[in-house]
Design a protein around this ligand. Structure first.
Ligand SMILES: NC(=O)c1ccc[n+]([C@@H]2O[C@H](COP(=O)([O-])OP(=O)(O)OC[C@H]3O[C@@H](n4cnc5c(N)ncnc54)[C@H](OP(=O)(O)O)[C@@H]3O)[C@@H](O)[C@H]2O)c1
Length: 332
């Protein structure tokens, strides 16, 4: 019997999501968790021991230079994504980079430019795009089950008691609700409507540190479609989504960004329900699988999260925050 050709993964950083990604890779028979890189050897060693990683590097540069890796997953705060991805891409490693892809559109353009110049795979890690149930919802939309889509309504709120220095609220680390959770609802609207808005208006509240603790966005599209989006790191709220069409609507239950249940309504009656659990309770599995599918097919980007669309999503966030006076250190 032929042995499975395993994709050799490296993980860059050892924080919360890096640990969850390691758990996801360890569930996949065609993935080998070959190496981890941290800013500190002892942190890398501890992560390697916990997650059965073969090699532990004491720097991100050393990880990127590891010759026995196919792809590197980046799980650092947003402010470092461009720098970290550049290191990996220049070393010829494919990259799966956590959301938000970067801090602003200019950085995203630069990251994509390097990937294309080096002819190396790059994808923003946007979980909802890869969850099987979301693909079925998209099929409902694309086959016209709710008629013409005219509005999208989505909310992503994740209350946490974050310490001021934690990356979620720390302006120096790109903290705040727009880049952390707003990116999900903006990316969702982009995916459903299949285009970028022609107008973007919003409102936020900056906390005492200068981070946006909550916000709303209204996006308008070229055929009059509108997206009504809410995001917050301070409030408890339902994170659900609605796709409103001329013949009916679709409701995706909380948490819409890791969907397990969606309902199709026609004439206000629920006519079909989709339910599907997340494999092993870890949706990061799906984006890892998509990355490996693309690599095996020799693709440089995924049609499920195209690079030009990731840039446009960053551009929408730039437009929203400009009147808010919300700036990040990398903005220059
Ligand atoms: N897809 C999802 O569901 C999901 C969920 C949560 C977060 N994320 C994304 O993943 C990224 C990381 O989030 P997280 O919650 O995992 O963050 P975290 O727990 O704070 O971990 C971030 C890691 O980045 C590294 N790092 C490098 N420079 C750093 C610095 N100056 N300060 C702090 N950490 C630094 C550290 O690893 P070393 O010490 O090993 O170098 C640290 O452990 C963010 O972009 C976030 O948006 C995605």
């Amino acid at each position: 019997m032929n042995e499975i050709q395993k994709t050799r993964w490296g993980i860059l950083s050892t924080g919360h999501i890096a640990g969850r990604f390691a758990e996801a890779l360890n569930q996949l028979p065609d993935a080998e968790l070959a190496a981890v890189g941290s800013r500190d050897q002892s942190t890398a060693d501890a992560f390697a021991a916990k997650h059965c990683v073969s090699r532990a590097h004491a720097s991100y540069e050393s990880l990127a230079a590891d010759p026995d890796l196919d792809v590197i997953y980046i799980g650092t705060p947003h402010t470092f994504h461009l720098e970290n991805a550049t290191t990996c891409l220049r070393a010829g490693k494919a990259v799966l980079c956590e959301k938000a892809l970067t801090i602003n559109a200019a950085e995203a353009v630069e990251m994509v430019r390097i990937a294309r110049e080096k002819q190396v795979f790059l994808m923003e890690a946007m979980i909802p795009r890869h969850v099987p149930l979301m693909k079925q919802v998209l099929a409902w939309v694309r086959t016209g089950r709710i008629g013409e889509v005219r509005m999208v309504k989505a909310s992503r709120c994740a209350r946490g008691d974050f310490a001021p220095q934690a990356r979620q609220m720390n302006p120096a680390l790109g903290g705040g609700s727009l880049l952390d959770v707003g990116v999900y609802v903006i990316s969702f609207a982009s995916m459903i409507l299949g285009k970028s808005p022609i107008d973007a208006l919003g409102m936020t509240h900056l906390d005492s540190l200068g981070s946006d603790e909550q916000g709303v966005a209204l996006l308008k599209y070229d055929q009059g479609e509108i997206a009504n989006l809410t995001f917050s790191l301070r409030t408890h709220a339902v994170s659900d989504a609605y796709i409103l069409g001329t013949e009916g609507y679709i409701k995706i239950d909380d948490p819409f960004q890791v969907p397990t249940r969606a309902t199709l309504f026609l004439d206000k009656e629920a006519v079909e329900v989709l339910e599907e659990p997340i494999v092993d309770g870890n949706a990061l599995i799906y984006e890892a699988q998509e990355t490996m599918r693309c690599l095996r097919a020799g693709m440089l980007e995924s049609p499920l999260m195209p690079l030009d669309e990731s840039i446009e999503i960053m551009r929408t966030m730039d437009t929203l925050r400009q009147p808010w006076g919300l700036r990040y250190s990398n903005d220059g």
